[in-house]
Design a protein around this ligand. Structure first.
Ligand code: G6P
Length: 528
């Protein structure tokens, strides 16, 4: 693949970098009263307004030319039709196949569609039986609690969705346990009656140490609390792509819900990994989540580039992160229901695209994924917005707002929405009135996108998440990197394994740097 900065399309943008950086965004609105209409895209109940970006029509044309030169469409089609685009692991990338509605032909081949349908109907059958009390715990009591043990992609997606849709959750309550520090697990066990609890052990690899450690602990708790031999078979469900390891945990692989190797962990909430979602909100609402995502997939596959929401969101990101070298981006959802979105997007965007070599293994000479961070508005306004308005770094913001909540909720939508819209306006316009001191002035000309959902329901949430998945894809296609591996994560895991015997005290700390050795010594000292 040609390095990005060797392409004429990139060089043309790069030559105008300073002009683009200093382009007055407000000035673009003055020149074009219809800018909002031209620089926004609506799909069903989801609106992307990217008009508050330093992007004239000409710059947009040049970014679209870049997308064509990088063959974003060809790369997209290769993904959708099951090409082995994850080259470093020689795998297809088919999370989109997981959300093709039953009976609708997908892009992938028939055996995959059939496999997806089989697992989905097994999940739905089991979820219904549990939700209506026919499938009980080992002592005949109905399942009222679920403990979902998983981490990273086996945790964040289901957690995000169930927090967002909590007002319509009518199934067993779901507790999420990710960290190995024991805190979440203790809290979950304290809140649940073991005889009425189903434990989900969710791990694509079934080898992740945090998940396995917590699973052993939860299984011991079940054995202690449930006087029945069948307890593990009835009340622990493995969800994994590695059925061979299920037996090693003492569980029956026949009962497990399968995942496939063509689903990346951070793209897996649509698979059996989303079983906790199905238990919480029911199979019909889970289906609506998939439908919303599928609608976005179709749009991504079919809409012309200039009207294609994920493509434009990806191009905005490349403009900010790579051309203008804005190395962080904030995500600010204006509802507590989406409070998990920044954490979810940290994994999706940073684990996918935090790479510095291309698909040929050569160094990428331009910056790739920016750091993603954020928290909900309005609380974030009272924390970090000062730096957004007056700090030395320009941090592009994605505002996410909701016109109607997931269910009738109290609160003050007028106050919330006024703040949401005012922040984007303030970042763009700044403040330099006569008589203000330099300390009081805000430079303005700071970019933001606004994503507005008509309603926070399963369908639009599915579309929103799929939109960001495809944004990651578009960025990676332009940068020329593989968004679907994550070898960097392995390094720390390996070193942790090496340190364990030293910290446990059996092995001499030879050959360690003085910081690591010093930390271990102080830890021993303070732990007593
Ligand atoms: O689902 P698992 O195999 O347990 O993996 C859980 C998570 O851990 C890994 O370290 C990866 O970086 C993530 O992509 C993955 O989602």
């Amino acid at each position: 693949m040609t390095p990005l900065n060797a392409t004429p399309e990139w060089q043309s943008l790069s030559a105008d970098r300073t002009a683009i950086e200093h382009q007055s965004i407000a000035g673009l609105f003055d020149q074009d009263p219809d800018r909002f209409a031209d620089f926004s895209i609506t799909l069903d109940g989801l609106l992307l307004d990217y008009s508050k970006q330093p992007m004239s029509r000409d710059v947009r044309e040049r970014l679209l030319a870049l997308a064509r030169a990088r063959d974003v469409e060809g790369q997209r089609d290769a993904m959708l039709t099951g090409g082995r685009i994850n080259r470093s692991e020689d795998r297809a990338v088919l999370h989109t196949a997981l959300r093709v509605p039953a009976g609708v032909p997908g892009w992938a081949d028939a055996s995959i569609t059939e496999d997806v349908a089989t697992t989905r109907s097994r999940m739905a059958g089991l979820a219904r039986a549990i939700r209506d009390g026919q499938r009980t715990g080992a002592t005949g009591k109905p399942i009222e609690h679920v403990i979902n043990i998983g981490i990273g992609g086996s945790d964040l997606g289901p957690r995000l969705v169930l927090e967002a849709l909590a007002p319509v959750a009518d199934g067993p309550d779901v507790h999420f346990v990710a960290n190995v520090d024991g805190v979440e697990l203790q809290q979950a066990m304290a809140a649940c009656d073991p005889e009425r609890t189903l434990v989900l052990v969710v791990s694509k690899s079934f080898g992740t140490v945090e998940t396995m450690t917590n699973a052993y602990e939860a299984m011991a708790w079940l054995r202690r609390g449930v006087p029945a031999d069948e307890v593990l078979a009835r009340q622990v469900l493995a969800i994994t792509a590695n059925l061979d390891r299920v037996q090693a945990l003492g569980l029956d692989p026949e009962l497990a819900l399968p995942m496939r190797d063509w689903v990346g962990g951070r793209y897996s909430l649509w698979s059996a990994v989303g079983f906790s979602i199905m238990l919480g909100i029911g199979p019909a609402a889970f289906e609506a989540l998939l439908e919303g995502a599928h609608g976005m997939d179709r749009h991504f596959a079919e809409a012309p580039l200039e009207a294609n929401m994920p493509v434009m969101l990806g191009l905005v990101s490349v403009l900010n992160a790579t051309l203008l070298e804005r190395r962080s981006q904030a995500v600010v959802p204006y509802t507590e229901r989406l409070g998990r979105l920044p954490a979810y997007l940290q994994q999706l965007l940073m684990e996918s695209n935090g790479k510095s070599v291309d698909t040929d293994g050569k160094a990428v000479d331009l910056p790739t994924a920016a750091a993603v961070w954020g928290q909900t508005g309005t609380p974030g306004q009272h924390a970090f917005f000062q730096a957004l308005h007056q700090g030395t770094d320009v941090v592009p913001v994605d505002f996410v707002g909701v016109a109607r909540p997931v269910a009738d909720e109290k609160g003050d939508p007028l106050e919330l929405t006024a703040n949401l819209f005012a922040q984007g306006q303030a970042l763009m316009e700044g403040r330099a009135d006569e008589g203000l001191s330099t300390m009081q002035r805000c430079p303005g000309n700071r970019p933001s996108n606004t994503l507005l959902l008509r309603r926070l329901d399963a369908r639009s949430l599915g579309a929103l998440i799929a939109l960001y998945e495809h944004r990651a894809f578009v960025e990676a296609a332009i940068w020329g990197i593989n968004a679907f591996d994550q070898f960097g994560v392995e390094l720390g895991k390996g070193l942790a394994d090496d340190l364990k015997p030293i910290i446990a005290g059996g092995l001499e700390p030879t050959g360690l740097d003085s910081s690591t050795a010093g930390l271990i010594a102080r830890y021993h000292d303070w732990r007593g």
